[in-house]
Design a protein around this ligand. Structure first.
Ligand code: AMP
Ligand code: GLY
Length: 421
């Protein structure tokens, strides 16, 4: 099989790494890719958000199967264009990708099938939104409806903060994403990520993880795309996962099919868990980054068979070979991230690291210049380890971090604390 993966982050490096372990992969191209991906696969600099370009590229390169990593091409309908052209693709249609692209849409789906989630109101003007806040009180959560790169959520401790957030959103702070606003009940509990493959009809859970969203140790400082992750997430026990499947995932997927927009791809459910009961925080229509890195580390070669079966509508034939292991990834980011940071610093020490099925450095924002690896993004490397225990995986990952020579970078020193406390 000739395979094309779209994306350029640590998520796509880990997808490429897993896919290449499967003998069914004859040739792999990643577009656009990064310096780490270029060490294991061909990379192609094409515009992955343009369906016509991707279809033409796939045809020219005899691609049999396309795996879409990030949400932007999904929201732009690239999966639809590929399917119309007869190319097998892993990833939802533009219509189904509204589960991530519109928070109001997700709330409506949950309402229609009684899936447990936060109580909410949906508003198109500030006065009505503020009146709702006054009736509900604080704490309360104010969200821009559309895609805002993870920044469109304000947890307001007071009604005054909530009103200020409403003014900011309707004032254009999040652009078009804030033209509509969802206001939600604040949910208390422990958050975890649940990943489920869907083929439009069948669903198959493939793993759990926990992310570390804040930039600083002890979960302090501003939100980021994620500073580290581990899998499995102890809070998402088998019993909680079963409840999530029967109360949230299966009803929502049935509702999507009923509406003529069957969901195919990976569904990433952000859950809030309290007293063994899961409630939905949000859906994403892609793998999490860096959660994908720890999932791929644990799944290995079978990841390709599972994604291929999802694309072909035969998930009912598949089962996951779970290993009784743990994976943990530490994100190395450029100093200053998630604010402004300098690009172009050189990263040393990578060549000496052992890279195997238990130790991997996945690249995110890297490029190669004159034979050296340089940082060109905010999140730059994902130092990932797999072991029999989470504590061991954490130890291995930080041991690798210690061997990397990059004074312009930093990482959190406490990845895994919640599970190890
Ligand atoms: P979202 O983009 O919807 O995932 O929101 C970003 C983060 O805000 C989530 O990962 C949660 O930590 C937090 N959050 C969102 N909605 C709620 C809620 N209703 N109650 C508590 N925390 C929330
Ligand atoms: N790590 C969070 C996300 O991918 O949305």
């Amino acid at each position: 099989m000739n395979i094309l993966i779209l994306g350029s982050g640590g998520r796509e490096h880990s997808l490429a790494w897993a896919v290449l372990q499967n003998p069914k992969c004859d040739k792999l191209i990643v577009a656009p890719g990064n310096a780490g991906i270029a060490q294991i696969a061909d990379c192609a600099a094409i515009d992955i958000n343009d369906g016509g370009t991707v279809v033409e590229f796939a045809a020219r390169n005899n691609v049999d199967f396309v795996i879409i990593g990030p949400e932007a091409p999904l929201a732009a309908g690239v999966a639809d264009r590929l399917r119309e052209a007869g190319v097998l693709v892993f990833g939802p249609s533009k219509a189904a990708a509204a589960l991530e692209a519109s928070k109001a849409f997700t709330k409506e789906i949950c309402d229609a099938c009684d899936a447990p989630t936060a109580a909410y109101g949906h508003f198109t003007d500030a006065a009505a939104a503020k009146a709702y806040v006054q009736t509900q009180g604080a704490p309360i959560v104010v969200k821009a409806d559309g895609l805002a790169a993870g920044k469109g959520v304000i947890i307001a401790e007071t009604t005054a903060q909530a009103e200020a957030a409403i003014d900011d959103m309707f004032g254009g702070e999040f652009g078009a994403a804030g033209a509509e606003v969802v206001i939600e009940e604040f949910m208390d509990g422990e958050e975890a990520s649940f990943f489920i493959l869907c083929d439009g009809e069948n669903v198959l859970p493939i793993g759990t993880a926990q992310d570390h969203k804040r930039v600083g140790d002890g979960d302090t400082g501003p939100n980021t795309g994620g500073m580290g992750a581990y899998s499995p997430a102890p809070v998402l026990t088998d019993a909680v996962a079963e409840r999530a499947m029967s109360e949230i995932i299966k009803p929502c997927m049935a509702e999507m099919a009923k509406r003529g927009m069957p969901y195919q791809g990976v569904l990433y459910a952000g859950l809030m868990i309290k007293d063994g009961a899961p409630r939905l925080v949000e859906y994403n229509v892609r793998f999490g980054d860096p959660e994908c890195q720890v999932l791929m580390m644990r799944l290995g070669a079978q990841a390709l068979d599972l994604m291929h079966a999802a694309a072909e509508g035969r998930l009912n034939e598949m089962r996951v070979n779970w290993a009784d292991d743990h994976a943990l990834t530490v994100v190395l980011a450029a100093q200053g991230y998630p604010g402004s940071y300098v690009k172009g610093s050189a990263i040393g020490g990578l060549d000496g690291l052992t890279q195997d099925s238990s130790n991997m450095v996945f690249h995110a924002g890297t490029a190669e210049r004159d034979g050296a690896i340089v940082a060109v993004g905010g999140r730059v490397l994902n130092v990932t380890a797999r072991a029999q225990s989470l504590a061991q995986a954490q130890h291995l990952a930080y041991e690798m971090v210690g061997q990397i020579d990059w004074p312009e970078g930093f990482c959190r020193r406490d990845i895994g604390w919640r599970a190890l406390k």
